[in-house]
Every structure is written in structure tokens, then in C-alpha cells.
Write a protein that binds this ligand. Structure first.
Ligand SMILES: Cc1cc2nc3c(=O)[nH]c(=O)nc-3n(C[C@H](O)[C@H](O)[C@H](O)COP(=O)(O)O)c2cc1C
Length: 165
């Protein structure tokens, strides 16, 4: 049994997709948790703010969830051919804690999924580039959906199997 974290960048269709991954993981006998970055509502990262703020809202919860999971899914919509600010912002905050940055991301298995307005290929590429750069092992397979194309259940199951093993 593995503990798989689902991080969603937004609270609507991508949250629904994150919940679907979580439910499937549990049906497969794994433990899962969903973290919604929009709900965490972290302040915008700036270098000045990172020196001022001792406690960043949402940071403790996010760090604990990532570090206690065996692997994670990151589920985000495409925004302007890239990733939404909630995701970029959360990773900026996490990456300022240099000691933890390596522990959190290096060699960690990550799967990518999206529910976007269109094809969603750009956000998958943007997330693949960022998480690979951070040292994660990003699954080759990803899960793309939109209003005309539901997430393929077989893809969800296969990705979860890869994240669990
Ligand atoms: C600021 C903004 C930019 C967007 N840019 C894109 C885009 O480049 N490509 C795309 O396919 N959809 C784009 N969309 C549509 C979102 O991907 C789509 O509405 C998605 O379902 C939002 O996620 P949610 O339903 O979880 O809120 C954009 C939406 C917003 C609000």
C-alpha cells in the first residue's frame, strides 16, 4: 500500500479530477490525500516577503503532505499556454527552503494531469519541465481531459500503479 498525494492547482474541474484520482487510489487499496492550492490561498512569493514572513499560510500543511507521501499527482489547468499562478507560487515558496527543497522534490515520483479549456499539452510540458528540473522522476504517461474528453480510467489506474510501485 502506498500513500499518494493529489495536489490540485484549482478548485473546479481540476479538483473533481484530483478527487477522481484519490477515489481510484483508495479503491486500489492505497492511501490518498487531496490538497487544493487555491484553497490554501498562499500569499504571492516575492524575495522581500520571503525574508519578512516567518510563517507562510499553507506552507506547513503542504510541506508535511509532500514529505509524508510516497509519490504525488499534480493536477492543474492550462493558463495562457503554461501553468496557473497557484502552482508556480506554491513551488516558489517551497523552493526557498533550500534544505527541504531537495528532500521534497529530489527523486520523488510525480504524475501529471490536467482538465483544461483546450488540449492541455502546454501545461503538461510546463509542469514536466519544472518538476524534472527540481529533481523529480516524472511519469512518461500523463492524463489529459477537457469538456469534450473525459479522463481515461485506464490511464488513471496505470498512473497510480506506477506511482505506487
Ligand atoms: C487566465 C486563464 C487562462 C487560460 N488559458 C488557457 C490556455 O492557455 N489553454 C487552455 O486550454 N485553457 C485555458 N484556460 C481555460 C482553463 O484551462 C479551464 O477553464 C480549466 O477548466 C480551469 O480549471 P478549473 O475548472 O479547475 O478551474 C484559461 C483560463 C484562465 C482563467
Amino acid at each position: 500500500m502506498a500513500k499518494i498525494l493529489m495536489i490540485t492547482a484549482t478548485s473546479d474541474n481540476n479538483r473533481v479530477l484530483a478527487d477522481k484520482f484519490a477515489k481510484t487510489a483508495e479503491d486500489m487499496g492505497h492511501e490518498s490525500q487531496v490538497i487544493d492550492l487555491a484553497e490554501l490561498d498562499m500569499p504571492m512569493f516575492t524575495v522581500a516577503r520571503s525574508k519578512e514572513l516567518e510563517v507562510v499560510p499553507g506552507m506547513k500543511q503542504l510541506k508535511e503532505a509532500i514529505s509524508s507521501a510516497d509519490s504525488m499527482m499534480v493536477i492543474a489547468p492550462e493558463y495562457n499556454g503554461s501553468m496557473p499562478p497557484t502552482l508556480n507560487n506554491a513551488v516558489a515558496w517551497l523552493s526557498t527552503e533550500w534544505q527541504d527543497f531537495r528532500t521534497l522534490f529530489n527523486r520523488r515520483k510525480v504524475g501529471l494531469a490536467t482538465h483544461s479549456g483546450g488540449g492541455g499539452a502546454h501545461v503538461i510540458m510546463a509542469m514536466r519541465q519544472m518538476f524534472s528540473y527540481l529533481g523529480c522522476v516524472v511519469l512518461g504517461r500523463n492524463c489529459i481531459s477537457n469538456k469534450n474528453k473525459e479522463a481515461n480510467p485506464e490511464t488513471i489506474e496505470d498512473m497510480l500503479n506506477q506511482l505506487a510501485n
